[in-house]
Design a binder for this molecule. Structure first.
Ligand code: HAS
Length: 546
């Protein structure tokens, strides 16, 4: 059971970003309209293109994901480690995160922070934007620290017992987050805030990019791992079966602690100050970080097969039909399953991006948003939607008021995201840039820069984007109707997250202790990042003031 004194905090952490998501998604739909030329203007309804794009990225990729990871972490740790969360610290963490978000929102909507969600220099924001981001991140740290005493107590009280897998996954998520946010905290506190206050004459842009991308790739595993917790510890149960291997679940979470960070240079293959040897090392390490996800693909496929066969499935492939794809009682299942299906393409295109030479072709084209909408807007976003609905209704003791519609949402989203990404992959391969208001430039038929060959991809992208917007509206309908339904105290008190039993319950020492994995991760970071850092610092690039 989830602690009573945490329920209100978790609800705020789930519902506050979902309200903001409406703005985030609205600006996403506007993006496809600008890019396809349906809107041919610098701005729409008083908000310009880059302001909208910044709001879209910051709300969807930073605010929603961070709040959700903390809310879900609170729920999992509280349930699995027997009330292991300090409610006071959780409240302080939540308050800091809400305050940080509101502080950062001011300059974004006032047009003083058009810096996009990748907010490194030389683009400069109002200091309040950076201060808001710091508060948000510190709030998430405080929430994480609130779990540590409870975890240590649980271990003392349960000597020799394996820590529940879901708690292992949540700790792995936040260990990665703790490590990767330190350099970006340095960037924001030492470089960006003093510079934006006018206290320093300029900023070392290459260093700023290096520090940002040190954070930028592990960030994606911070997004992904809560979803993996649901895949490993809840989805097999929803499918009517068991997790095929407990060991592989633990191995995957521990491997991410080592492999998530030492590879951020794959975002900087064109960075002049860094030698190609280190870029090649980061490319190889990027291929390596795909391995835990490939292990996940096999472990989950085996778990799903076991569940489907328990439900009467048979044959080589026919058993897929026995999974609860359209089961209104188990409406959470398609949010998880369809995320997996989307991730097959997200993963393959990630491996393309990691290739040193292929990256030169796709870097900064619309291929990149196509890739990341199949990852963060695929498995991650669907899991966030599904679990936010599941948790908020469970904690309030309410039932889903429109289960048929709840099942439809992930299907509409999946269709939308596939169409959207197909269009953007196509135009990206033809050279169409990302982050560009194409309607007033390359898709303006009166312009000398007109590129008619980019139209089809952007039109297709617009159809997908509109479908994605529709899916979110349907989700909001389900959420609001369900929240307005009758409450049962008995349901709320008996609510618990689903937990899958393991099919193979191996007990292997090496995956029972975080320490060696954290040490290996730090060593890998030192090897892969110290020399590039020295190269950047000794390159003596002039400081940039504007
Ligand atoms: Fe990425 C750029 C490489 C994963 C997000 N990535 C981005 C950006 C974002 C992002 C946001 O190497 C853009 C940043 C920006 O604004 O500039 N990415 C990878 C690689 C992986 C990867 C190798 N990315 C992610 C995840 C993300 C994410 C996860 C968010 C959550 N990415 C890159 C690179 C760039 C990049 C370069 C920079 C490009 C450039 O030039 O700018 C890997 O982790 C992917 C491994 C995944 C797999 C898939 C496993 C499949 C599974 C599903 C199994 C299905 C089942 C169901 C069982 C190998 C687990 C079966 C059902 C049936 C019906 C068959």
């Amino acid at each position: 059971m989830i602690q009573k004194n945490l329920r209100g905090i978790i609800l705020v952490e789930l519902l506050f970003p979902l309200v903001l998501l409406l703005f985030g998604v609205y600006h996403g739909v506007l993006q496809v309209l600008y890019r396809s030329g349906v809107i041919q203007d610098l701005e729409f309804a008083g908000i310009n293109y880059y302001r909208g794009l910044t709001a879209h990225g910051v709300i969807n990729a930073i605010v929603l994901t961070t709040f959700f990871a903390v809310a879900f972490g609170n729920a999992v740790i509280s349930q699995q480690l027997k009330h292991g969360v300090s409610a006071r610290a959780a409240l302080a963490g939540a308050a800091l995160m809400v305050l940080g978000t509101l502080v950062a929102a001011g300059p974004i909507f006032a047009g003083k922070a058009d810096v996009l969600y990748t907010f490194y220099a030389p683009m400069r924001a109002d200091p309040l934007f950076y201060i808001g981001v710091v508060l948000l991140v510190v709030g998430s740290w405080v929430s994480f620290w609130a779990w540590i005493p409870g975890y240590l107590r649980w271990r003392k009280e349960h000597p020799g017992q394996k820590t529940p897998l879901a708690a292992v996954g949540i700790f792995a998520t936040f260990i990665i987050w703790q490590i990767c946010t330190l350099p970006v905290a340095y960037e924001v506190l030492v470089q960006l805030i003093p510079w934006s206050l006018g206290w320093t004459g300029g900023v070392n842009v290459v260093l700023s990019r290096l520090l940002f991308w040190f954070f930028g790739h592990p960030l994606v595993y911070f997004w992904l791992l809560p979803t993996y917790v649901m895949y490993y510890t809840m989805m097999p149960r929803l499918a009517g079966g068991k997790l095929y291997s407990d060991f592989y679940g633990r191995l995957v979470f521990m491997s991410f602690i080592v492999l998530s960070s030492p590879l951020g240079l794959h975002h900087q293959f064109t960075e002049p100050a860094i030698s190609s040897g280190y870029k090649a090392l980061h490319a190889v390490l990027t291929f390596l970080v795909a391995v835990p996800s490939l292990v996940t693909a096999f472990t989950l496929a085996a778990s799903l097969e076991y569940g489907a066969r328990q439900n009467g499935g048979n044959g080589l492939f026919a058993w897929w039909g026995k999974l609860p794809h359209f089961d209104k009682e188990r409406w959470l299942f398609p949010y998880l399953f369809l995320g997996l299906v989307i991730f097959i393409l997200g993963g393959i295109t990630g491996i393309v991006n990691a290739s040193y030479s292929m990256s030169a072709l796709v870097h900064n084209t619309s291929w990149i948003p196509a890739h990341f909408h199949l990852t963060v807007a695929g498995p991650v976003f669907l899991a966030i939607l599904g679990m936010s609905l599941y948790l908020s209704l469970g904690l309030l003791g309410k039932k889903c008021a429109a289960p048929g519609m709840a099942v439809a949402v992930p299907y509409v989203w999946t269709l939308g995201v596939f169409i959207f990404s197909a269009g953007l992959f196509y135009s990206g391969l033809h050279g169409a840039p990302r982050r560009t208001n194409l309607g007033i430039s390359f898709l303006d038929s009166t312009s000398n820069a007109y590129r008619p060959d980019w139209r089809i991809g952007e039109y297709v992208g617009a159809v997908g984007g509109i479908l994605m917007g529709l899916a979110v509206l349907l989700f909001v309908y389900v959420l609001v109707r369900s929240l307005a339904s009758a409450r049962s105290a008995q349901l709320a008190n008996s609510f618990a997250l689903p937990v899958s039993e393991p099919y193979h319950d191996e007990d292997i020492r090496v995956v029972r202790n975080f320490k060696p994995w954290v040490v290996a991760g730090i060593v890998a970071i030192l090897i892969s990042y110290v020399p590039p850092l020295v190269q950047v610092l000794s390159a003596n690039y002039p400081l940039v003031s504007e």
